[in-house]
Design a protein around this ligand. Sequence first.
Ligand SMILES: Nc1nc2c(c(=O)[nH]1)N[C@H]1C(S)=C(S)[C@@H](COP(=O)(O)OP(=O)(O)OC[C@H]3O[C@@H](n4cnc5c(=O)[nH]c(N)nc54)[C@H](O)[C@@H]3O)O[C@H]1N2
Ligand SMILES: Nc1nc2c(c(=O)[nH]1)N[C@H]1C(S)=C(S)[C@@H](COP(=O)(O)OP(=O)(O)OC[C@H]3O[C@@H](n4cnc5c(=O)[nH]c(N)nc54)[C@H](O)[C@@H]3O)O[C@H]1N2
Ligand code: SF4
Ligand SMILES: [Mo]
Length: 718
Amino acid sequence: MTDAPTVVRGACHHDCPDTCAWEVTVRDGVAVHLRGDPTQPFTDGQLCPKVNPFLDRVYHPDRLLRPLRRVGPKGEGRFEPIDWDAAIAEIAERIGAAVARHGGEAVLPYSLDGTQGLVQKGVLADRFFAAIGATRLNRHICGVTAWHGAADVLGMPLGADPTEIASARTIVLWGTNTLLTNRHLWPYIESARAGGAMVIVVDPVSTMTAQRSDWHIQPRPGTDIALVLGMIGVLDRDGLIDEERVSAAASGWPELRAEARALGLEGAASITGLAEADIISLAHRIVQQRPAVLRALIGMEHREHGQDIHRAVAALAVVSGSGYMRSTQVYFDTAFADLVPPPGPQRTVNMSALGATLTDASLQPPVTVLLNYGCNPAAITPDQNRVLAGLERDDLFTVVIEQFMTDTARYADIVLPTTTQIEHLDLMNAWGHLYVSLNLPAIEPLGECLPNTEIFRRLAGALTLDTSGLADSDEQVARDLLASGHPWLDGITYERLERDGWARLAVPEGWSAMTERAVPVAPRPVRDDSAGGADGAVSAGHDASGEMHRAAAPVRQLGPLRLGALSYRPAAESPSGDAALAGRYPLALMSLKQHQRFLNSHYGGFEHHLPDPPQPQLEIGAADAAVRGIADGDRVRVYNDRGELFTMAAVSDRLQPGLVTMPFGWWAGSADERTVNVLTNAAVGGRDPDVGSAAFHDTLVEVEPAPGTRQTADDSPS
Ligand SMILES: Nc1nc2c(c(=O)[nH]1)N[C@H]1C(S)=C(S)[C@@H](COP(=O)(O)OP(=O)(O)OC[C@H]3O[C@@H](n4cnc5c(=O)[nH]c(N)nc54)[C@H](O)[C@@H]3O)O[C@H]1N2
Ligand SMILES: Nc1nc2c(c(=O)[nH]1)N[C@H]1C(S)=C(S)[C@@H](COP(=O)(O)OP(=O)(O)OC[C@H]3O[C@@H](n4cnc5c(=O)[nH]c(N)nc54)[C@H](O)[C@@H]3O)O[C@H]1N2
Ligand code: SF4
Ligand SMILES: [Mo]
């Protein structure tokens, strides 16, 4: 007899701004159907091409279902099954020995947002590593540099609620590939367009979003600061800046204006490669067709000057009186309780520098235990040859907690099998909207899989760590996160989330309004009863005559805004940054998120998610290909001082001269055992080497026909 199917509510765990709410249908303990929750407004019943077939990932024959111990050389991927008790005992013993010999800093956690769930990704693991005094990992490969750039201007970088984009008349998607990376925002953009909005994309690459825009502005890579200064110069020249407002709201306006005047329109045009007329039109458009919104997300931070690029866009929003949108993560960071112990005195390691850290023979104490979960560093971290050299070290004991035998897991001494999102409980925040969701387990863990949390509970038990909170249940952690008392969580209880699945943070509607937001509602003052706000309350609506009011506040202003001097400098590893290096490696390489069915490194090893042809191709412009004797479909060698890889060339007419691109997210097996990160630059994209992401996109390479073979799409492996 079969049971009646049940429907269990949850939400997607992926490192994606959309955090879709979903419903899993379960019959006889088996998940048989997954769909977007039609009641959650942002998800609107839709998932995405990556996740529609997610149940195939859960039940994939390659799922890791038992703990494994390595039997072959590191990297080869030969393992034998062991039982949980033996695995936990061995790991505890190795951690204990490392701590006794070198101190806790010999242990390095390495994790990111493989799951964004607050319970599974963090809390217990963070408490565990704090309790043993491990080296602290700066998880800065994504988002932190952008945060700092925006914070340099805004203080607390709360951008506007992204759904407000629907009321804009000018939308500038500044270095964000919305249709690919943030697809559930697109309907709001289309809604604005239906109301007459113009959609402008500023991106050096002709992305799918750029192709669907009304106007694609294509600056030379990394030159956005010059574009911003050029635009500010135009607005200044034409008397289109409300100087009184800017000076009252922000410090540093005279310094910024002086930089804009010094560069001039001609200077901006020559650095960016844009026509002066385009810089003028863009500047005029954002002040004359309001409300305008500048939307930035993450990608631009992956440059040596990523922090200043993000700072420039935020500064332009302030000067021009445009709305500003970015990651909403900071809303959730503010609202949820902080359950992790304050940082101890231990050293920190920037995760972008994993290769350098693991191969630094002078590091004291050395890292001798690496505990990796929720991240695939062998594939995603820059300067891959150094990362792999580190992972190959015989004196490094590596534990990988994974669902699949990833590139990194192949180097592990012990691999621990872990649950997927439909097998464990979690509380989900989001960075593309303001909805919180509760993810309830829909099925029992497959095989012997355990959630991350249970693994850390067992390790803490084996090491007899007595710090409080290490034995907390997943539900307790979720409840504690919600119990901060912050007004944005007013009324959002565990029970309510259990019933409804999701709730919008109680940020008052309109609180984070865009500048000069036209609100088509009846007149009513917006009550300012929020937590942190000092000023900038928004009031907007129709007055008695029915005329539209427009209230000004670039974003919810929590303190004084800062502008200040800002100038364009080329990155060291760029065509105009180092003439000698650019002489040897004249092509700039950008490694992009570009496949609809990839989410970072999650699906690179999955046949059904691969594009056709199933290879990561090097896209190269026709002129750059011709001078190198490369034809479409040729096998090529792409190289620089850090490494080389062999792949197939796709000759295109979409790229600027001197720019080549490759997709990111593939596993090593698919590019002669290396991914694009064998080439990428590990320099840090913030102003402080401890704070910031890697300058992935400031990478110079040369390309040549690969010796011997000529391969075409037709005879590529399938
Ligand atoms: N060249 C280049 N490199 C890049 C980028 C780029 O644009 N270009 N982008 C960078 C950016 S922005 C990011 S965010 C990173 C992302 O890189 P990764 O962090 O590697 O990406 P993900 O695919 O999100 O997650 C990695 C792993 O998490 C595992 N995982 C999922 N759920 C769980 C769980 O519940 N428990 C455990 N233990 N594991 C789980 C998955 O199986 C997957 O293998 O890559 C960076 N690297
Ligand atoms: N389908 C899919 N969706 C994803 C992901 C995925 O792997 N696949 N990854 C998720 C993750 S971890 C992240 S961080 C987000 C990222 O989301 P986004 O920030 O939207 O995406 P990226 O592709 O990293 O970068 C956006 C764009 O920045 C452009 N860019 C690079 N350098 C410059 C520059 O100097 N100036 C300007 N103006 N533009 C520049 C790139 O060409 C790219 O098109 O996407 C998330 N969503
Ligand atoms: S990957 Fe993003 S768009 Fe796809 S289901 Fe998950 S949250 Fe939604
Ligand atoms: Mo990311």
